[in-house]
Design a protein around this ligand. Structure first.
Ligand SMILES: N[C@@H](CCC(=O)N[C@@H](CS)C(=O)NCC(=O)O)C(=O)O
Ligand SMILES: [Fe+2]
Length: 354
């Protein structure tokens, strides 16, 4: 099984990408709207087919990326049937099984943080994704969204702490950088419910947390009831000037064939040395030359009336060049994928002449 744990710094949310190594079918648990480009890039680069997004609950602190994934990749939206999400394709009910390749997750209702919380347990019970029901040395708050500390106590005790000791626990959030735990560890050390705590102890603890409401709550709840679809139904703007693909590394990249076909519509910036510019790989006709080590001080020389395509030998130095331009406020900029090596492989007879 492929497992990737991703983090959203703003909301301290963990997103999990799980996939079958052989069939490449995948699911994404608790995605974050603002991280859509990153998550979609990882799915693409790992060669995965995203079957569905799964949300452990109706989040109060961030907007889910489920709808954006559905629009971009055709994945189905899975949320607890209790949440009443408008765009849900896959209502998750207790005991249901989510299959991807040879892998499977069991849906386990674990209400209490909210009334629609579910956890996902791997078929071999080696992993559990608990959302906010059980956190690393913590537990989800119970003071809104029909939260109920008594119910959460029972969910954790009867439905999570009954898993094997060695079962790895992957939480929905962590506010102190802890990434995972095990059921055995939490049974022993969780300060709210571990070490033989009784129901009154847990309920008393939860009743006195005195946490301020999540900052994004007013925005997140209505948006999540739509599966993360924006109120105007329109996805945020992606670059319109060309088929730019943002990589998991965060780099806007563009296909050299498109550049060749739109040569007049773009400005080409070459960041190699002058010797390389004139050597056998040649250069793209009309390219401006600013070597990478001079780019930060000479960035003002790059015209901004057209999108800028940055090129070097293989597309590595130009990746940094692209970043330097973006940081300097050049909005329409992309790295020329593969650099002059790919360019020349695509058009051998013409070489640099296109
Ligand atoms: N400061 C955070 C609050 C986050 C929050 O309340 N998180 C919920 C999960 S949605 C929680 O249960 N936190 C438990 C805790 O902090 O102990 C924000 O504004 O988003
Ligand atoms: Fe939550």
């Amino acid at each position: 099984m492929i497992l990737r744990q991703l983090f959203d710094l703003t909301s301290s949310t963990y997103t999990y990408l799980l996939a079958d190594e052989r069939t490449r079918e995948a699911v994404l648990i608790d995605s974050v709207f603002e991280q859509h480009v990153r998550d979609a890039a990882l799915v693409r680069e790992l060669g995965l087919q995203l079957l569905c997004t799964l949300d452990t609950h109706l989040h109060a602190d961030h907007v889910t990326g489920a709808w954006l994934m559905k629009v971009a990749l055709g994945s189905r939206i899975g949320t607890s049937a209790v949440c009443g999400v408008k765009n849900a394709d896959l209502p998750l009910v207790d005991g249901a099984t989510i299959r991807f390749g040879a892998q499977a997750l069991e849906v386990r209702a674990t209400p209490g943080h909210t009334d629609g919380c579910v956890s996902f347990v791997s078929a071999d019970q080696g992993m559990v994704f608990t959302g906010d029901a059980l956190l690393v040395r913590g537990a989800g708050r119970t003071d809104f969204q029909n939260g109920d500390a008594h119910r959460l106590f029972r969910s954790i005790r009867e439905r999570l702490l009954t898993l094997p000791d060695e079962c790895a626990l992957y939480p929905g959030h962590d506010y102190q950088g802890r990434t995972s735990s095990t059921i055995g560890e939490e049974r022993q050390f969780n300060p709210r419910i571990g070490g033989g705590a009784r129901e009154e102890d847990f309920v008393g603890y939860m009743a006195n947390l005195a946490l301020p409401h999540p900052k994004q709550m007013e925005v997140a709840l209505p948006a999540n009831l739509r599966g993360g679809q924006p109120a105007d139904g329109v996805a945020p703007q992606t670059p319109t000037w060309g088929p730019v693909i943002v990589t998991y590394a965060g780099l806007p990249e563009i296909d050299p064939e498109w550049v060749a076909r739109h040569r007049r519509d773009v400005h080409v910036l070459d960041v190699r040395t002058p010797a390389e510019f004139d050597a056998n790989l040649g250069h793209i006709d009309g390219a401006q030359l600013i070597p990478l080590d001079e780019l930060r001080v000479r960035v003002g020389e790059v015209p901004r009336d057209k999108p800028v395509i940055v090129v070097c030998q293989t597309g590595r130095r130009s990746a940094l060049g692209t970043q330097i331009l973006a940081n300097a406020g050049v909005e329409r900029v992309a790295n020329c994928a593969g650099g002059m090596v790919t360019w020349n492989a695509l058009w051998p007879p013409l070489g640099a002449g296109i």
